[in-house]
Design a protein. Sequence first.
Length: 256
Amino acid sequence: MEKEMFTKLAFKIGISSAIIIRQAEEYMRLSLVKCTGLGNTTGTSKAVICLELAATSLKSPMDKDYAIKLSGLNKKQYQSTLKAMECMLGLESHMGLRELAVQYGCMDAVKLAAQILEKYQASLPAVQRQDVDLSKPLFTTAALNAACKCLKIKVDKKLASSSGARRGIFDRLSTQLQKMGQEIQKEATPFKEPFQKAQKRQKTLIESIEQKVEEEELEPFQKQQKTNSEESKTQDFEEWKRKILENALKAKRVDA
C-alpha cells in the first residue's frame, strides 16, 4: 500500500505519530507473509488493523469505532481479524489462566485447566514438547474453555475469539482438551470413593449402636405396657362376667 494512503488512514483515526505509522507499515509487510488465509480482509482492512496494533504497542490513543468503519468489516469480523493478526505476528499479550479466568468470570475452572495443559504437554512427543509454547492464547483459552465444559460452567463466547486462531482450529483443540479433562475427572473419582464409603460404614455402625441402646432402654417400658395391657384385658373380662351373672340372676328372680 502506498505510504500516502497509509498516512491518510492514520490521520482519519486520530494517529499522527510518524513512529506509529512506520511501525504499522512494518506490520503490514510482515502480514503479507505471515497472515495468509484470512477471510473477509482487504488491503485497507489490514492496514487499519496494522495501525491499531502499532498504536496499541506504543500505548497511543485512536478512534477505534471509526477504524472499524474504515476497515469495511463489521465489529465482530474486525475483532476476530485483529486477534488473528496479533497472534500470527507474535504480538499477542500472554495472559495466564488466572488472568483469563478473572476476565471471563470462570475462576473455578483454573485448576482443571492447568491440569489439562500439563496432560496435553505430557502427551506430546519429546521433540514437539520443546517447541510448543503452552502460554500462547490458543492453548490457554482452549484449556479454560474445555475445563468450563467439563465442569458445566457457562463460558463467555468471547473467550474463543481471544485465542487469536480460527474458530475451527480452536474448536478442534478445545474438543481434544475436553476429553483430557474428562479423563482427569475420572481418574480423580476413585480416590474419593473409599473415604465416602468409610464415612457411610461409620455412620451405619453408630446408628446401630444408638438403636441398640434405645431398644434396651425401651424394653422395660414396653414390657410394663404389655403387662398393663394384659391386666386390663383380665379386668375387663371379669367385669363382663360379673355383669352377665347379675343379669342372669335378675332374670331368674323375675321368672320366679
